[in-house]
Design a protein around this ligand. Structure first.
Ligand code: ARG
Length: 457
């Protein structure tokens, strides 16, 4: 394609390091779409003839069919998807194929193709998250009043409801989804096609037309930026990295919850693995791998960021590595979301185990302090002190729950404490009382479930 200036062939390793076809063949749809828009525009502008354009359109459609059928011969010698398709086009339609590359360069071509790919992949990733949210929402609804321990520092803090806990992820994933879609909308703002190699072109092209045909709002207003920038991919990767961080936290909780020590949940057979030596094992491999995928996606972002940050304007071949990183991140993300959907949909929870764990660690101590404030007008700091002393008595006498301590022990610390106060110290009463907006009370959880359902319609 650029042989005119060279007398000798590239070294084998030169070809190996330079060729990207094995990776960027995935851009074939976008490349054909971009070429068709470009050729149509060239014809409309009188830069190529209508006959040439017709031949190019038909030829590109046939190439698309060949790729779908699997008969297209990808060639490493032709470096990348752009040259592969163009060479095949010329092979099929002759002279007209050689006119396609008028007023464009692979630099604006690849920026356009890759942007289109990233936008599409982002929309699909967002759709995947919505399916996962729906699965979480269903489980939230089914477990709106199932009680489990809420943790800070992974120490029992206060009783919460499982529905509330799962809705926390629905909420996180909604922000992730909005960020990912926002990235795609931002990318759609400017179309790089027509920036040519870097400086624009002297041909009287119509950049509005190609931008519109490809679904962009407008042509990119600076040709150097158009060919040299990859922040659309960086934004997509960072958005994926944040989203999978949330998946990874849920995965981590699944690993904990399914351990015999917690015993809160059990993964279905389809989403568990066994051990070749220990017959009793049910391992949460998919959850563990999601944690690992999260690390990889973060690294994909870091790698591309490092590639771009040291490049003088405009294009440099370093940028070719953008695609392997981005494809890998989107692939890992999609698989992780699918696996998480499978686990969440089929996971079963153990109500007794979760309730028992929720009652451990004197989890209703705050409820006693709150009673002292509410009923006796004790300042909160003082109530905290009184309650702390009662917890110490329970601990010293080996009583596991505050509500099981005899009233006399409460009254030894503060004689004003009544049987009514002691009766409030169950985990059920505790979650019911936390009914502020956004709180864990079953009633509030059910309201939030309804709100999300309405939103997802
Ligand atoms: N395969 C190349 C890439 O992905 C296409 C652009 C090549 N441009 C160039 N000036 N060599 O970056």
């Amino acid at each position: 394609m650029w042989g005119g200036r060279f007398a000798a062939q590239p070294a084998d390793a030169m070809q190996a390091i330079n060729a990207s076809i094995d990776v960027d063949k995935r851009l074939w749809r976008e490349d054909i779409e971009g070429s068709k828009a470009h050729a149509a525009m060239l014809a409309a502008q009188g830069i190529i003839t209508a006959e040439d354009n017709a031949a190019i359109q038909a030829g590109l459609d046939q190439i698309a069919a060949e790729i779908v059928e699997g008969t297209f011969q990808f060639s490493v010698a032709l470096e990348d998807i752009h040259l592969n398709i163009e060479a095949r086009l010329t092979e099929r339609i002759g002279e007209a194929g050689k006119r396609l590359h008028t007023a464009r360069s692979r630099n604006d071509q690849v920026a356009t193709d890759f942007k289109l790919w990233t936008m599409r992949a982002s929309r699909e990733a967002a759709d995947g998250l919505r399916v996962l949210q729906t699965a979480l929402l269903k489980q939230s609804q089914a477990h709106a009043d199932w009680i489990m321990p809420g943790f800070t520092h992974l120490q029992t803090a206060q009783p919460i409801t499982l529905g509330h806990h799962l809705l926390a992820y629905v909420t996180m994933l909604e922000r992730d989804r909005v960020r990912i879609i926002g990235g795609a909308l931002e990318a759609a703002w400017e179309c790089p096609l027509g920036a040519a190699a870097l400086a624009g072109t002297g041909y009287k092209i119509d950049r509005e037309a190609t931008a519109q045909a490809l679904g962009f709002h407008a042509p990119a207003s600076n040709s150097l930026d158009a060919v040299g920038s990859r922040d659309f991919a960086l934004a997509a990767l960072s958005n994926l990295a944040i989203a999978i961080t949330h998946l990874s936290r849920l995965a981590e909780e699944i690993v904990l919850w399914t351990s015999p020590q917690f015993g809160f949940a059990r993964l279905s057979d389809a989403w568990s693995t066994g051990s070749s030596i220990m017959p009793q094992k049910r391992n949460p491999d998919a959850a563990e791998l999601i944690r690992a995928k999260a690390a990889r996606i973060g690294a994909d972002f870091a790698a591309l960021n490092a590639i771009v940050q040291k490049l003088p304007l405009t294009y440099a071949k370093d940028l070719q590595e953008d695609k392997a990183l981005t494809f890998s991140a989107f692939d890992d993300f999609a698989l992780s979301v699918t696996a998480m959907i499978g686990m969440v949909e089929t996971m079963r929870f153990n109500r007794q185990k979760m309730r028992a764990a929720a009652a451990m660690g004197y989890s209703t101590a705050t409820d006693l302090a709150d009673w002292l404030v509410r009923e006796l007008g004790v300042p909160f700091r003082e109530a905290h002190e009184i309650t702390g002393k009662i917890v110490r008595i329970a601990e010293d006498s080996g009583v596991a729950e505050l509500g099981l301590l005899p009233l006399s022990d409460f009254q030894a610390v503060d004689p004003r404490i009544t049987e009514g106060a002691r009766a409030l110290l169950t985990v059920e009463k505790s979650v019911e009382s936390r009914d502020s907006y956004g709180g864990t009370a079953p009633q509030r959880v059910r309201e939030q479930v309804e709100r999300w359902k309405e939103m997802f319609k």
